[in-house]
Design a protein around this ligand. Structure first.
Ligand code: SF4
Length: 405
């Protein structure tokens, strides 16, 4: 066997640290296990992560392939790299937007940073994004609107300190199993509580102290009902709201009557009262694709953030905590130079642009003026121009885009 190699499990958004040991006499992995020194999983790893990492569905790609007469055939690295360089140079000769680049939440921070540096500082293209702003577009937009930057304020370290854990439109018991251990451990404390908001009786519901079984498509109505109840209960953290928010009264004025909204959501008023009351404790609100991937996804994500802001739950041990689908969606969004420059530097700020260009040692005017379209707009542009070359990294837009057929 080869030496143990530390790496990251890419099978779900937890991104556990793994140790891998390869075969010495042929390609592939002999043993995969959790890394005890990793802060997220502390040696744990789920069976799916182990199995799918060691034995992925499909063949290992061990050589570059090039299409010849309609068929992909193995080629040398020299030929492959030469072909890529030549295509990219031809496309960039026309315009810096001649190349589109699509990254992925399967990349490490370092890989995402390097790809962004190449796309923005090397090519200078506007047509650059990752699939992470596709599945998470609602949460991304909501964070920008609420906080001016794209990232959930809490970290895993906040989970043990929270008392109320509200899981909304997600099933972390199955989809994020190692992270769910953190949540379940904290919620099982004497003063802990697990509330699940979901039309589905999921595996996470099996452990819940309260299941708010809203009707499908009514998450926004339920969230607004809870905020209306918090206002009615005079449970708003007025000091925090005055200090850290704007527009709160306008938000309150826009709220529906509790009874009306609960009727829309298909739950009894008592359920709303219970959730509103629980949120007066330190609360983490986790939400997943059940919220994000909806025509009301951004509004519902905003409503969940509003719940946290109204109750002062943007402090240690609390906060809005969207759950991604891939191991490093968040790292990609923070490091990749898409909506902001690395380190959440504002994209259009001249000083930040100067800092980035100087650090990369590239002409400042090579950086595109605006972040460009998202993944769907990029794929549309690849069809219609100007990009002539599309470089994808660990993503499959042909399968993943809406209306892919
Ligand atoms: S919880 Fe997720 S990241 Fe961790 S081992 Fe399982 S699949 Fe991999």
């Amino acid at each position: 066997m080869t030496e143990w190699t530390p790496t990251t499990c890419m099978r779900c958004a937890v991104g556990c640290g793994h140790l891998q040991q390869g075969y010495t006499n042929h390609y592939g992995l002999d043993t995969v296990r959790g890394d005890a020194s990793h802060p997220v999983n502390r040696g744990l790893a789920c069976q799916r992560g182990i199995d799918e990492t060691a034995n992925p569905d499909g063949k290992w790609l061990t050589r570059p392939l090039i299409r010849e007469e309609g068929t992909l055939v193995p080629t040398s690295w020299e030929t492959a790299i030469g072909t890529v360089v030549s295509c990219v140079e031809d496309a960039l000769a026309e315009s810096s937007d001649g190349v589109a680049v699509l990254g992925s939440g399967q990349q490490t921070n370092e890989a995402a940073y390097a790809l962004g540096k190449l796309a923005r500082g090397g090519f200078g293209t506007r047509y650059y994004d990752a699939n992470t702003t596709l599945c998470m577009a609602s949460a991304v937009t909501a964070y920008y609107q609420a906080f001016g930057s794209d990232a959930p304020p809490p970290t895993y370290e906040d989970i043990p300190d929270a008392r109320t854990h509200v899981v909304w439109g997600a099933n972390p018991a199955v989809a994020h199993p190692v992270m769910y251990r953190w949540i379940a451990d904290s919620a099982s404390d004497d003063d802990g509580e697990l509330i699940v908001v979901d039309p589905v009786e999921s595996e996470t519901v099996d452990d819940a102290d309260l299941h708010a079984q809203v009707d499908p498509g009514t998450d926004l109505a339920f969230a607004r009902a809870v905020l209306a109840q918090i206002v009615a209960d005079d449970a708003v953290d007025r000091e925090f709201v005055a200090e850290a928010t704007t527009g709160f009264e306008a938000t309150v004025d826009s709220l529906p009557a509790v009874e009306e909204a609960t009727e829309t959501a298909g739950v009894p008023v008592e359920t709303v009262e219970r959730v509103a009351d629980a949120m007066t404790d330190s609360t983490l609100v986790y939400w997943g694709m059940g919220v994000n991937q909806s025509v009301q996804g951004t509004a519902t994500s905003r409503a969940l953030i509003d719940l946290c802001l109204a109750t002062g739950n943007v402090r240690p041990g609390s906060g809005p905590f969207s759950l991604t689908g891939q191991a490093n969606s968040m790292g990609t969004r923070v490091c990749s130079s898409k909506g902001t420059w690395p380190g959440q530097r504002e994209f259009t700020d001249p000083e930040q642009r100067r800092t980035v260009a100087d650090a990369w040692d590239v002409p400042r005017d090579r950086l595109p003026d605006d972040p460009g379209p998202g993944p769907v707009g990029i794929v549309d542009a690849v069809a219609d121009g100007p990009p002539e070359v599309c470089w994808t990294v660990a993503t499959n837009p042909v399968a993943g885009m809406p209306d892919a057929s």
